[in-house]
Design a binder for this molecule. Structure first.
Ligand code: UD1
Length: 356
């Protein structure tokens, strides 16, 4: 069997790692990198640190407006799909690379599987929400990470083509967690266990300079140093609008390779983020998370008390971030670290599916 994965952005490389391992020796696995992320720290380091074989094809599409980027990807992916004629096209998450590959695959009548299906923010202004809704509905197979996602797929009439596999990011995190060390990653004056880790990259938080200014002001007032691992998008927008990131409690730094990031989070007193993956990683590492959004797709983290959303009430951010540790939990809403095995089992045995 031939499975062709399309990836392009940082979180997709993390998800690819356990899938690549699970398929090794069991299927021909072709990996196509769209080139949506191209900086070394957003792309190459993941292949190196997570020991993922280098992509078979790199389309080098790069950045652009949503339409231009997605359109260029569709037209570049199509000939690759035609030449490989895979048994499955596997797409990951909710980026423009995901949607582009999904559109290219369905137009060619190739079986399409969507990993991390069924997540919803119900915020139709988020580019990721368009990408995931459209991809789920185009897919022949929706691979859901959680029960919540399965329920949502059912509500949208997709139950018959949906399978609960668990969350592949849990697989990676559990593997990396025990070997990761923060090493020299802490800047001067920051003591182990006495700092926060922050990330900020969503369009809704970065693209409006007034909103970005208010967030930076609120982060600067935290009671402990905040290691702000800055995505190039944040650095670029802040530079363009003359917004300094190194204010008050904030220590701005480049984004970090995955194992270092896990170690930093694990050794921190809390996380402040608008990333989806990091909310879950904080939960799995049992580090309190504060999410700079009005909604989350990972609702279990909030329900179990480990994640609090802060959007308009930025005045309350410092108090929320320094809140006491939540009650411990033994719940495992994101699976047991064997999701990639479940994905491989479903893809390699499509005859067992209710409908493909
Ligand atoms: C994308 C995904 C988002 C995901 C995030 C993970 C979409 C719509 N968004 O957002 O869901 O959470 O990746 O990081 O697909 N840039 C660089 N170097 C790079 C890549 C980007 O400097 O290697 C800069 C460029 O200025 C670019 C901007 O970042 O315009 C945004 O990049 P883009 O890929 O459009 O979206 P992300 O914000 O990375």
């Amino acid at each position: 069997m031939k499975i062709l994965s399309v990836v392009g952005a940082r979180p997709q490389f993390v998800k690819l790692a356990p899938i690549s391992r699970a398929l090794t020796g069991r299927a021909e696995h072709v990996v196509v990198h769209t080139g949506q992320h191209y900086d070394e720290l957003l792309s190459d380091v993941f292949f190196r640190d997570l020991e993922i074989p280098l992509p078979d094809v790199n389309l080098a599409i790069g950045s652009g407006s949503h339409g231009a980027q997605t359109g260029s990807m569709i037209s570049a992916i199509e000939p690759v799909l035609l030449s490989h004629a895979p048994d499955w096209v596997l797409v990951y998450g909710d980026t423009n690379s995901t949607l582009a590959a999904a559109v290219a695959a369905v137009k060619l009548h190739l079986p399409l599987a969507h990993l991390e299906a069924g997540l919803r923010s119900f915020n139709r202004r988020m580019p990721e929400e368009h990408n995931r809704v459209l991809t789920d509905h185009a897919s022949d197979l929706c691979l859901a990470p959680t029960q919540t996602a399965m329920r949502q797929l059912g509500i949208e009439g997709l139950a018959e083509r949906s399978v609960l596999v668990g969350d592949v990011m849990t697989d990676v995190l559990l593997q990396v967690r025990d070997s990761a060390k923060p090493g020299n990653a802490l800047p001067e004056g920051v003591s182990p266990g006495d700092y926060y880790v922050g990330t900020l990259h969503r369009a809704e938080n970065t693209d409006d300079p007034e909103r970005l200014r208010s967030i930076i002001r609120a982060l600067a007032s935290l009671d402990k140093p905040l290691l702000l691992l800055a995505h190039p998008r944040l650095i670029e927008v802040a530079r363009r609008h003359g917004i300094s990131l190194d204010e008050g409690a904030i220590r701005a730094a480049d984004s970090r390779p995955y194992p270092e990031m896990v170690a930093l989070v694990s050794g921190s007193s809390g996380v402040v983020t608008d990333s989806g993956g990091l909310q879950k990683e904080a939960f799995l590492l049992r580090v309190p998370c504060t999410t700079l959004r009005s909604e989350t797709e990972w609702t279990e983290t909030v329900e179990l008390g480990w994640n609090v959303l802060v959007h308009d009430n930025l005045d309350e951010l410092a108090a929320v971030v320094s809140r006491p540790q939540p009650e411990q939990t033994s719940e495992t809403p994101y699976g047991d670290g064997h999701a990639a095995e479940a994905v491989a089992a479903v893809l390699l045995n499509p005859e067992r599916l209710p409908r493909t």
